[in-house]
Design a protein around this ligand. Structure first.
Ligand code: SF4
Ligand code: FES
Length: 235
């Protein structure tokens, strides 16, 4: 039977984006199978030796809705349970005394702010703005994307294709007409190319996406690229 009680947590410390980071190991007690990754970090901070600065991490609704949380647990964005945000990941899979490594979401587009906290908003917002701000946000909401950025961190290329494809999938009905769609989509493709790496259709993104968004959403990106190429060939 899997039980938890004490975990050896190797946690990433980094004073700021320009500082060199490294792992620090702490023993965390009082962990139950229902403890979530964010609660584990709460416990770690509660048990931090006096004089040691608490760990910074991104926190929000803790209901898997806001997309603010996100850390890498043993090399997996959000954590080892498929399709769950870090705030919904329970540590039940770990055994008593086990070592667990927690570090920030890793992606070139997400610079570390401090410890486990990263700036993922800047890169994701660039794409949303390119779609026309509110229209981009509405498309993401319609798609069910919570803008957590885990798909980018899970991809070995740092591609944001699942995020971008999910937005583009829902964009057409929100555009005024076909010209409007084409303009918005073109800007989204340019912004995505600037912010993220290329997609190799590996599918790692779909395993971590808390919204369970499908691999088929990637095809919206290819479709818009094709339409754009055809448009410039026709023009
Ligand atoms: S597509 Fe999924 S993993 Fe990517 S940002 Fe949206 S909710 Fe997060
Ligand atoms: S804290 Fe809101 S999704 Fe995790």
């Amino acid at each position: 039977m899997r039980i938890t009680g004490t975990l050896q947590v190797e946690v990433w410390r980094q004073a700021d984006g320009g500082a060199e980071g490294g792992f620090e190991t702490h023993t965390v007690t009082g962990v139950s199978p229902e403890t979530t990754v964010l609660e584990l970090l709460d416990l770690l901070n509660e048990q931090m030796p006096e004089g040691v600065e608490p760990i910074s991490y991104d926190d929000g609704c803790r209901e898997g809705i806001c997309g603010k949380c996100g850390v890498t647990v043993d090399g997996v964005a959000h954590g080892p349970q498929l399709n769950r945000a870090s705030c919904q990941q329970q540590v039940a899979a770990f055994t008593d005394g086990q070592r667990v490594r927690i570090e920030p979401l890793r992606a070139a587009a997400f610079p570390v702010k401090k410890d486990l906290s990263v700036d993922k908003k800047a890169a994701l917002r660039t794409v949303v703005k390119a779609a026309g701000g509110p229209v981009g946000m509405k498309a993401l909401t319609e798609a069910g994307c919570i803008s957590c950025g885990a798909c980018v961190a899970a991809c070995p290329n740092g591609s944001g294709q699942l995020f971008v494809g999910s937005l583009l999938t829902e964009l057409p009905p929100l555009a005024k007409d076909d010209d409007d769609r084409r303009t918005r989509s073109g800007k989204v493709l340019d912004a995505a190319e600037e912010s993220f790496g290329p997609c190799s259709t590996l599918g790692d993104c779909t395993e971590v996406c808390p919204a369970g968004l499908p691999l088929e959403n990637l095809s919206a990106v290819a479709r818009e690229h094709l339409r754009r190429r055809r448009g410039s060939a026709d023009g």
